[in-house]
Design a protein around this ligand. Structure first.
Ligand code: AMP
Length: 283
């Protein structure tokens, strides 16, 4: 696996592959890679001849009081894991390389129906930053396919919308959430948890399963959501949101025969955890 730090080097490598008629898969990350990230690389490999991964802790998607400075940065072990997963090229840009005009002078991006809800409501500007970095990475790498985790369900929906609306000729693929043995969704932020918080953390996923079961069985959404929220609060979570929406993230209505998604975000101490579960009504 080759590692490059500039857009010029990246473009030169990818252009050579393209001249050989090879298909390019792409996996953007913020590093501190775990089995979830590596599963995306393996999925990208399935439909591409070459896989590019990027590691960039993107300042524009962190709020002023969020964990940008302390976000774990482990490029050496990340590179080792990427080699094993089958990555061909690692792009490790600097902030200046990614934002040549300065982060504060960047183009802003918004998907009105999707960026103000759920995580977007509590993290203003977060998805602007995500779209900003992913769109520039798409222009730099020019992949045929890009793989994103369904764990960040709203992010995936927004990026699909962005790619379609801005005519990026890229197949946006979702990949299943990889979990620890007790069901906790893998996340670079899990390592912030104390042992007590770590023991509590799988309750998010368990609560989403319970909530999906209630709603799938025809229970009123509002009451079920309230009960799920209470269950997490009683256990010691600082709940940001618990919601049931249609799979496209539009508002869900009771007793509709449609695919839905239960989503939650909650803090344990300073650590914000998110998870989601797709489900269909019981027949
Ligand atoms: P991040 O480094 O957290 O920005 O994540 C980079 C990519 O990995 C995103 O597409 C995430 O959705 C995806 N990802 C993060 N955690 C998981 C997981 N547990 N399972 C699958 N994909 C994941």
């Amino acid at each position: 696996m080759r590692t490059v730090e500039t857009v010029a080097e990246l473009r030169a490598v990818v252009a050579a592959w393209r001249r050989d008629g090879q298909r390019i898969g792409f996996v953007p990350t913020m590093g501190n890679l775990h089995a979830g990230h590596f599963s995306l690389v393996r999925q990208a490999r399935e439909s591409a001849d070459r896989v590019v991964a990027s590691i960039f802790v993107n300042p524009s998607q962190f709020g002023p009081n969020e964990d940008f400075d302390r976000y774990p940065r482990t490029p050496e072990s990340d590179a080792e894991g990427l080699i094993v997963a089958g990555c061909d090229l690692l792009f490790l840009p600097t902030v200046d390389e990614m934002y040549p005009l300065g982060v504060e002078h960047r183009v802003h991006m918004d998907v009105p129906s999707l960026t103000g809800i759920l995580c977007g409501a509590s993290r203003p500007g977060h998805f602007d930053g995500v779209c900003s970095v992913v769109s520039r990475l798409f222009n730099q790498v020019q992949p045929d396919a890009a793989v994103f985790g369904q764990k960040d369900y709203q992010q995936l929906a927004i990026l699909r919308h962005m790619a379609r609306d801005l005519a990026f000729p890229i197949d946006i693929q979702g990949a299943p959430t990889q979990r620890e043995a007790d069901g906790l969704a893998m996340s670079s932020r899990n390592q912030y948890l104390t042992p007590e918080q770590r023991a509590l953390a799988p309750l998010i996923q368990q609560t989403l399963h319970w909530l999906a079961g209630q709603v799938a069985a025809g229970k009123v959404i509002a009451g079920s959501v309230q009960a799920a929220r209470q269950r997490l609060t009683d256990a010691g979570f600082d709940v940001d949101y618990v919601e049931v929406r249609r799979a496209d993230l539009a508002a869900a209505t009771d007793n509709a025969m449609e695919e839905r998604v239960a989503l939650a975000a909650a803090k344990l101490g300073c650590t914000r955890l998110i998870d989601n579960l797709l489900f269909v009504p019981a027949l």
